[in-house]
Design a protein around this ligand. Structure first.
Ligand SMILES: N[C@@H](CCC(=O)N[C@@H](CS)C(=O)NCC(=O)O)C(=O)O
Length: 203
């Protein structure tokens, strides 16, 4: 398998972290998204959405959207990270959809704007509301994690892999303070202590 990726991306890191957890071998093809390297004809022919991560399977099939790739890999390898119980599965889907709508636009996008010199006057205007919503997202996670080790009860799941990716680097950019969310901090340490853990910068 080839993972088309950009190393600082949390969306790409979700896939690298899951592959590490499942012991899957994946080779990395890196792109610099700040230089438009995912907008070339060659990349668009691979994935018309022009965004990483993209997973190219050994049979030539191409998958995009980080959370769809997580679900594909977990299901293919019958991982307990994807619960079989339907209610637990619905809880997992809830976190994956919530991540894309309520977490990623406020935490990942803001981190990118502030760490990659990507601010514009329009983004400056959007920033206060994004930060307020990002803090609300972190608070929801903190409240959930007050009573449980992981996001869905006491067993680690794809929801944790998915949300760990951008949560653990939320402070990059200088607008979020993780010490305001002690249960999230404890959860980050728990994930970092797993035997299969790899950091975001590891190829
Ligand atoms: N919803 C998508 C978001 C993917 C995405 O936003 N990728 C960014 C990097 S994290 C990207 O490739 N941006 C480059 C561009 O849009 O040109 C996912 O979860 O995979």
């Amino acid at each position: 398998m080839i993972l088309h990726d950009f190393l600082p991306s949390g969306n790409g890191y979700k896939i690298r972290l899951l592959c590490a957890c499942l012991g899957l071998k994946v080779s990395l093809k890196e792109y610099d998204i700040t230089k438009g390297e995912t907008r070339t004809d060659e990349f668009l022919a691979l994935s018309p959405n022009g965004k990483i991560p993209v997973l190219e399977l050994d049979n030539g099939e191409v998958l995009s959207e980080s959370n769809a790739i997580l679900l594909y890999l977990a299901e293919k390898h019958q991982s307990p990270l994807l619960p079989s119980d339907l209610i637990q599965k619905a809880a997992l889907y809830k976190w994956l959809f919530w991540e894309q709508y309520s977490h990623e636009p406020n935490i990942a996008a803001v981190r990118f704007w502030l760490t990659h010199n990507a601010m514009t006057p329009l983004k400056e205007q959007m920033l206060p509301e994004r930060i307020q919503q990002g803090n609300a997202a972190l608070q929801l996670m903190d409240d959930t994690l007050r009573h449980h080790t992981f996001l869905i009860g006491d067993a680690i799941s794809l929801a944790d892999i998915c949300l760990f990716a951008y949560t653990h680097v939320a402070e990059e950019g200088g607008v979020y303070t993780l010490s305001d969310f002690p249960n999230v901090q404890r959860w980050i340490k728990t994930i970092e202590s797993q035997s299969w853990f790899i950091p975001i910068s590891q190829r």
